[in-house]
Design a protein around this ligand. Structure first.
Ligand code: 5GP
Length: 183
């Protein structure tokens, strides 16, 4: 018999619990887009997605931000293929845009320990932006070990490993339309 893909296991076998439905996600992203629109009216921010996880979230979010804006992408690694942080952040792809004097929004998929945003905060502050704020689709408040403020948070979630909507397990399952907990 043909072996089931991980995608099929999530969608058809119920081995995963739905944490956030597509409707909940859509609704919250609309609200976040509205908030960013109001806060940045009259400015032209640059929204930088942290790859790979945040690409889906940012694509949906910017369609609800109704002002002029630019996008760019940065890629860092922290976890590799593991489920727990290695404690080290490496830069894998840098941005192309000039940051000095710009209003920067760094867009993350999830803040777990906060190690990644700590690294990004230091890197971007050194480039002297006019302002720097973090946006994160998800946050695990029980785990966060940083004081860096995250201005826009989609959802606070418990300390469980989640997949879908851009978030991976060993580089797959990013294409799941909702957020699931791996049991
Ligand atoms: P931090 O540096 O805050 O500890 O971890 C942030 C990064 O770890 C995220 O950008 C994401 O790539 C990964 N991560 C943390 N928690 C989860 C999770 O529950 N699921 C997945 N797929 N990735 C996670």
């Amino acid at each position: 018999m043909k072996q089931r893909s991980e995608f099929e296991k999530v969608v058809y076998d119920g081995g995963f619990r739905t944490l956030l439905s597509r409707d909940q996600i859509d609704q919250r992203i609309r609200e976040m887009g509205k908030q960013i629109t109001e806060d940045y009216r009259g400015k032209q921010p640059i929204m930088i997605a942290v790859l790979n996880g945040a690409f889906l979230f940012m694509a949906d979010l910017i369609r609800h931000v109704e002002i002029d804006l630019e996008v760019d992408f940065i890629k860092i690694s922290s976890y590799g293929d593991a489920k727990v942080s290695s404690g080290e952040v490496r830069m894998l792809k840098d941005i192309n845009a000039e940051i000095q004097g710009r209003h920067v929004l760094l867009v993350e998929d999830i803040v777990d320990t906060g190690l990644s945003i700590g690294f990004l905060h230091e890197k971007f502050m050194a480039m002297q932006p006019a302002s720097l704020r973090f946006v994160s689709f998800l946050i695990k408040p029980e785990n966060v070990k940083t004081d860096i403020p995250i201005h826009y948070i989609g959802f606070e979630i418990p300390n469980e490993f989640v997949v879908g909507y851009g978030l991976d397990y060993k580089q797959i399952l990013r294409n799941l339309p909702a957020v699931y907990v791996m049991e």
